[in-house]
Design a protein around this ligand. Structure first.
Ligand code: 5GP
Length: 142
């Protein structure tokens, strides 16, 4: 049974993409902890960090770094970024397809880890995705 993220990558389920290539992809979290919360995933479905080839991990983290820079560029109210990677159910991993959370932080946003994000309209996710995607393309073309 393919993971929900594999189904997204196969275009069987909708998502608001900011980037996709043959190795890595990134799209907005459907229940963002803060606006712009993005997930970076390897295209190959691998559940655990332990099984992720280091060269793919390097692509995931490099894309996570670029996305953080793009988010800061499109939204100057973003003054910090949290990365979160949950490896295993006991670490809070719900989707068994390893992914890096890139979570924009703003002064006084009140975010405390351990909670759930709120369901967000697709139009809002698409708006964030297209702004990040445009900035990311410019940055990656340089
Ligand atoms: P985990 O707890 O596994 O680290 O995080 C899973 C994340 O995937 C959660 O933040 C959750 O909101 C997000 N998520 C779950 N289902 C979907 C989905 O169908 N689409 C998107 N874009 N995100 C999802």
């Amino acid at each position: 049974m393919p993971s929900i993220f594999t189904r997204i990558l196969r275009n069987e389920l909708p998502a608001s993409f900011v980037h996709r290539d043959e190795v890595v992809a990134a799209f907005l979290d459907i229940q963002p902890l803060t606006p712009g919360h993005t997930l970076v995933v390897p295209v190959r479905e691998i559940a655990s960090l332990s099984d992720l080839p280091p060269e793919i991990l390097a692509r995931v983290t490099a894309l996570g770094q670029e996305i953080g820079l793009a988010i800061r560029a499109v939204d100057p109210s973003v003054t910090g970024i949290n990365w979160l990677l949950c490896d295993g159910p006991d670490a809070g991993q719900e989707v068994p397809h390893i992914h890096l959370h890139v979570i924009p932080r703003r002064k006084g946003d009140g975010l405390r880890f351990g909670g759930k994000g709120s369901k967000t309209e697709r139009a809002d996710l698409d708006d964030w995705a297209s702004r990040i995607e445009t900035c990311l393309k410019d940055r990656m073309a340089k």
